[in-house]
Design a protein around this ligand. Structure first.
Ligand code: GLU
Length: 390
């Protein structure tokens, strides 16, 4: 890892990287005017990656663009799409996208591999481990995984919807040390530079706190294509930072976007926050959609802060239809999320054991049961000082 200081450059980060995930947004893949693939741009990015690959750096592409390409091919126009139209567009656009990436990497002698993920592939522990082994096998064989959400089967309720957070989860899954989010936004600004003459670019973020989030909540430039605005990019950055990954947020509009970063193009670099070293805990912390939540009292808040397991005696309410083994959010009295963990009891059992002491639980449920609602090995507390901290 490149040393962290105010002068940290994208070039230093990329040069020291061992494994990089690059996310390219829809606006980069397809031409806004005619909806055609930007093949020459893709070839230029592939060349940049091959150049980086000379140092044995491995890379994974997370590529958007399936819906944008498919909607053009099907003549679906520019308006909002119904779910089934989006699914159909992705089914048409995805093979075009995958073929174009193979074409782009062929001159470097590299084979590409398409992997389409759904939200369950990252949120379900068993499927996460399966997907991780597949990625590992592909990288070991020297193939370049080209990942997208499986939009053809994703529904509005169960989907990522944006590839920024998907890319962050892929970075975590693959143990990447760098995530590059390429879009038509050249990094984070203190405000929208098109509207505020005094807006300044933010070159380095070491802590993703409320001050930074406010910058995105303000009128920052948001991509016209694709689904991820600045907020989702910051959420993605936070997810990746938590798993020890450095994030580079940069414009990919011009050709050779990585070569440009190597030679000083503007970007925002987000440095890793206290990384969760334990892979299983990292997975828990990175859950996109916890299956439910449990509310805990002040005594339990204190016990958890001291490293204890969450016991039913400190629990008084739960929401959501979670089952045993699901990841749930842990909330305090005021509804602030304190951490996440794997539930030892499903919601139906949990409501029966609120406020019970360990010895009373088996009696209530009628079978011998676990003492903890969430065992400390299955528990990750967020930073205690700042709620929004990475
Ligand atoms: N998965 C979508 C696609 O390929 C893009 C999602 C996004 O815009 O981030 O079209």
């Amino acid at each position: 890892m490149a040393a962290i200081n105010d002068n940290l450059t994208s070039g230093a980060v990329l040069g020291a990287a061992r494994r990089i995930v690059i996310k390219a947004g829809s606006s980069l893949l397809s031409d806004a005017k005619n909806g055609q693939l930007r093949q020459s741009w893709m070839a230029s990015l592939a060349q940049d990656l091959c150049e980086l690959g000379r140092n044995e750096t491995q890379f994974i592409m997370v590529s958007s663009g399936a819906v944008a390409l498919g909607r053009k091919a099907l003549g679906l126009g520019d308006g909002a799409l119904a779910l089934e139209q989006k699914q159909a567009a992705a089914a048409v656009g995805q093979p075009m996208l995958a073929g174009a990436w193979q074409h782009a990497f062929t001159p470097c002698g590299l084979v590409t591999a398409q992997a389409l993920l759904t939200l369950e592939d990252t949120e379900n522990r068993r499927r996460w481990l399966n997907s991780r082994s597949t990625l590992e096998a592909l990288l070991t064989q020297g193939a370049v995984p080209i990942i997208n959400e499986n939009d053809t089967v994703a529904t509005d309720e169960i989907r990522y919807g944006d590839n920024d957070r998907l890319a962050a989860r892929v970075a975590q899954m693959s143990g990447a040390d760098v995530l590059v989010l390429l879009s038509d936004i050249d990094g984070l600004w203190s405000a929208d530079p098109n509207r505020h003459g005094n807006a300044r670019p933010i070159p380095l973020v070491t802590k993703l706190d409320d001050t930074i989030l406010t910058m995105a909540e303000g009128p920052n430039p948001v991509s016209n294509h694709g689904s991820g605005g600045m907020i989702t990019k910051l959420e993605a950055a936070r997810l990746a930072m938590r798993s020890g990954c450095t994030v580079i947020l940069a414009s990919g509009v011009g050709e050779h976007p990585l070569a440009a970063l190597m030679t000083g193009a503007r970007a925002t670099i987000f440095t890793p926050s206290g990384a969760v070293r334990d892979a299983r805990k990292g997975w828990i912390a990175g859950t996109i959609q916890p299956a439910g939540s449990v509310y805990i009292d002040a005594g339990a808040v204190q016990a958890l802060a001291g490293g204890a397991s969450l016991l039913p005696v400190g629990m008084y309410r739960c929401d959501g239809n979670f089952t045993r083994g699901d990841v749930v959010a842990i909330l305090d009295d005021s509804g602030h999320e304190l951490g996440r963990g794997i539930a030892s009891y499903g919601a139906e059992e949990a409501v029966q054991i609120f406020r019970l002491r360990s010895e009373e639980i088996a009696q209530k449920l009628g079978y011998s049961a676990r003492a903890a609602m969430i065992h400390r090995d299955d528990l990750v507390m967020h930073n205690k000082d700042k709620r929004h901290d990475g």
